[in-house]
Design a protein around this ligand. Structure first.
Ligand code: GUN
Ligand code: ZN
Length: 436
């Protein structure tokens, strides 16, 4: 792994913005927004070691990087994204189940090949970094090698990554099906090789209930119960035809989420993508277990899946993070994804604040993953995953920034108008991994 020289000192100067707690719904000036304009962020080795005002220039032992006039944010965390699906992003004309058959499954077959999996993983992770995303929970494919290469490539970049081989032993093309015994061996091998190594964690990755047999779900539950620290990631209640399919295949379950609960897959390390078609009982279960919803607004709009009821989740005290879900989602940019989250809530007569959105891609997602001591903020002691963003790119955004009257107005306009082209630099554990 390429790391910063032990103890190397780097000081980044810019407008620091992060959170110390979760902002309330609708609040425009919450006390938990920590805005420190023109400050130095001090990084020693891989960690943030302090912050000081711009006028207090660090001594010559610090390499100074001038991002004055830029926003310095914690690296974004994408809690749900598919590495092989860069090849099918923006594919026309289908809803979820047809989209899987028509575009996604054929593309995922290519990752059976080690060289394809390696090249695809590199392309994907470099693209994440170029969009300001420094951590992610990722689905590769059913092939063991696809997860192995993704772990190796994340390790080479020093990234905090959560992934695992996809489990699917039915309702998929033969070339993408595993079986319970082989899948269990592959998971155990991958866990031994990668789980808990440096910044990597294993996620038991059930694609979704319709593509796993009850026996495979049971095996997944066994892994979750026996391997400390593993995550569980899957999809739930995304699309109405998918929900009907889940009910048909698991008639004994009370709800789609209950299929997972019965297999022992709902816990504080579970990441459920979408959760559009849930009921109150499902939300109570998510709250009681501490599981999270990875809300994927771009994907939900693009595939016509539905409008996520964030207020209902919030009222039930369910943790919600924001995710790109590429290739159902049409951009790796968490800025564009936050803008889509705003639009989805607007359709329900709700108004998402920039604070709520930004929190859900930084400290909120870190906390939902149990990783707030490592990522998601600019707190001293955390790992230096930091991005420098231009406030504006082009005359329209520049003008909008000039006339913004307060911080929320400015950050909200940035969230709606900016994208990956605003990214100046991305640091991972103190190392610049993307520089424009
Ligand atoms: N449900 C099962 N597989 C997938 C997938 O790859 N993307 C999305 N959005 N939903 C799924
Ligand atoms: Zn997905």
């Amino acid at each position: 792994m390429d790391t910063s020289p032990e103890g190397a000192r780097v000081a980044l100067r810019g407008d620091l913005l992060d959170f110390t707690a979760m902002p309330a719904w609708g609040e425009l000036e919450p006390a938990c927004v920590r805005h420190r304009p023109d400050h130095w962020l001090l990084i020693e080795g891989s960690r943030i070691v302090g912050v000081q005002p711009g006028a207090q220039v660090p001594d010559a032992s610090w390499r100074q990087v001038d991002h004055r006039g830029r926003l310095l944010l914690p690296g974004f965390i994408d809690t749900h994204v598919h590495s092989p699906q860069l090849d099918v992003i923006a594919s026309h004309g289908t809803e979820l189940l047809d989209w899987l058959d028509t575009y996604t499954f054929p593309a995922e077959m290519r990752f059976a090949d080690a060289a394809e999996a390696q090249a695809g993983s590199e392309r994907f992770l470099d693209a994440l970094l170029a969009h300001g995303t420094t951590s992610a929970a990722v689905y590769p494919t059913v092939h063991k090698v696809s997860a192995d290469r993704l772990f190796a490539c994340a390790d080479a970049r020093g990234m905090r990554l959560i992934t695992g081989k996809v489990l699917m032993d039915r309702h998929a093309p033969a070339a993408l099906r595993d079986d319970v015994a082989q899948a269990e061996r592959d998971c155990i091998d991958l866990i031994e090789r990668w789980h808990g190594k440096r910044r990597l964690s294993y996620a038991v990755t059930v694609r979704f209930a319709p593509s796993s047999t009850p026996q495979q779900l049971e095996m997944a539950g066994r892994l979750c119960a026996t391997v400390p620290g593993v995550y569980l990631q899957t999809h739930v209640a995304e699309n109405r035809d998918e929900v009907r399919m889940a009910h048909r295949l698991f008639p004994q379950a009370r709800s789609y989420l209950d299929v997972y609960a019965r297999a022992g897959l709902v816990n504080s390390r579970s990441i459920f993508a979408h959760g559009i078609w849930l009921d109150d009982e499902d939300r109570a279960l998510l709250r009681d277990t501490g599981a999270q919803i990875a809300h994927s607004p771009s994907s939900n709009l693009f595939l016509g899946s539905g409008l996520f009821d964030w207020r209902a989740a919030l009222d039930a005290d369910v943790a919600v993070s924001i995710a790109s879900d590429v290739g159902g989602g049409t951009s790796l940019s968490m800025i564009r994804t936050m803008a889509d989250a705003y639009r989805v809530q607007a359709m329900a007569g709700q108004r998402l604040t920039a604070w709520k959105a930004l929190h859900a891609v930084t400290l909120g997602s870190a906390a939902a993953l149990g990783l707030q001591a490592e990522i998601g903020s600019l707190e001293t002691g955390t790992t230096a995953d930091v991005c420098a963003w231009d406030w504006a790119a082009g005359p329209v955004a520049e003008r909008r920034m000039q006339v913004a009257r307060n911080l929320h107005e400015r950050v909200f306009a940035w969230m709606m108008l900016a994208d990956e082209r605003n990214l100046a630099a991305a640091y991972v554990a103190g190392v610049p991994r993307f520089v424009r």
